[in-house]
Design a protein around this ligand. Structure first.
Ligand SMILES: NC(=O)c1ccc[n+]([C@@H]2O[C@H](COP(=O)([O-])OP(=O)(O)OC[C@H]3O[C@@H](n4cnc5c(N)ncnc54)[C@H](OP(=O)(O)O)[C@@H]3O)[C@@H](O)[C@H]2O)c1
Length: 330
């Protein structure tokens, strides 16, 4: 399908520029699997990469897009055959290897998963890295002992991609979810996803003493920074905090008191996983963690809208998951 449209990030770490171009198959990176891409999504990391606001890109030029779904065109690996519907994400995809904002990709086999029965390519891209990371957080929190009867679960940055899917999954599993958002006007959306209550970030009471009154058994934290510090001092005994993101900052300060007096567990979440972990989580994403409100969470937009969506994410205006339709692009 030469040539094809791609969104290329060029320049250098201190002077990033991004825009549409045409590429040919010969310009793709090496890999065992070639995929005709249909849908990609816009994650926070994609927006940082395309604007240079985070030092995300490791090789210039690089097609952006850390996740995309489509159909296998050619495979040198017995794991995939032409015609398989697959999702590609994480590791170097869209960071050090041409990524998902293109109509074709060639990638290492370990970055590819079959889209499980019951999900379409559009569903898989709607879940994307954000939803996969939410599933990983839930999985890790379960391994650390969370249970619906043990108390509330806080999800902050609630209107964001990771958080929207996390709220849906946790509510589906029977948890009482407290959604904390900088956009309280989106309360109706968050309740539709399953949040039991919605708290404006500016109203959240987390105090400043080493230990504050315990309010949650667990939290999915997309923000880092001071919001994470507040969660640590308000998490109940043996509670679990999944640290996912840094939308509010990378640094936070805490005392050890919540850890040694309450046994609070701060669990790091990273979506660059081995094949068995990816297969386990994608099975769950099509099974007991399948988001019930994916149509509500996602908005499908044309390829040409990508720069506008990136601006919205950087400005904190995003809600849910934005999916880029690649196939329809001219
Ligand atoms: N560890 C991993 O492997 C992994 C994987 C995926 C994502 N992440 C990280 O997880 C975070 C969320 O990713 P995402 O794709 O869900 O992003 P997103 O869709 O842009 O959502 C982030 C949400 O955070 C809130 N927010 C944005 N800027 C903020 C600010 N300056 N201060 C406070 N709140 C702010 C907003 O929600 P409200 O307005 O509702 O508060 C926003 O919708 C990012 O930091 C991303 O890099 C990490």
């Amino acid at each position: 399908m030469d040539p094809f449209k791609a969104y290329l990030i060029e320049g250098a770490p201190e002077s990033v520029r991004a825009g549409f171009t045409q590429l040919t198959e010969a310009q793709l990176d090496p890999g065992e699997v070639t995929v005709r891409l249909q849908y990609a999504s816009v994650n926070y990391k994609d927006a940082l990469a395309a604007t240079g606001k985070g030092r995300i890109i490791r090789r210039f030029p690089c097609v952006g897009g850390i996740d995309a779904a489509g159909v296998v065109e050619a495979s040198d690996s017995p794991r995939f055959r032409p015609g398989d519907t697959v999702i590609v994400h994480s590791h170097g995809f869209g960071v050090s290897h041409h990524g998902g904002y293109a109509q074709s990709a060639r990638v290492p086999v370990d970055w590819v998963n079959l889209v499980p029965q019951g999900l379409t390519a559009l569903d898989a891209a709607s879940i994307g890295v954000a939803g996969y990371t939410a599933a990983l957080a839930v999985d890790l929190m379960e391994l650390n002992g969370i249970a619906p009867a043990r108390g509330k679960v806080l999800v902050n940055g609630a209107t964001g991609g990771v958080a929207s899917v996390a709220i849906d999954m946790l509510a589906r599993l029977g948890y009482e979810v407290v959604a904390v958002t900088g956009k309280p006007a989106e309360a109706a959306y968050l309740k539709e996803l399953g949040a039991a209550s919605v708290v404006a970030a500016s109203e959240l009471q987390t105090g400043s003493r080493p230990l504050e009154s315990a309010q949650w058994q667990a939290a999915v934290d997309s923000l880092g920074g001071e919001p994470l510090a507040g969660i640590i001092r308000t998490t109940q005994k043996d509670g679990v905090i999944a640290s996912i993101g840094n939308a509010a900052g990378i640094a936070f300060s805490s005392t050890v008191m919540p850890f040694i007096l309450r046994g609070v567990r701060l669990v790091g979440v990273n979506s660059d996983n081995d094949v068995p972990t990816r297969e386990h989580l994608w099975r769950r994403l099509a099974g007991d963690l399948r988001p019930r409100h994916l149509e509500r969470i996602r908005e499908v937009v044309p390829f040409d809208a990508l720069p506008r969506v990136i601006d919205d994410v950087i400005a904190g205006r995003n809600r849910g998951r934005k999916v880029i339709s690649l196939a329809a692009a001219a």
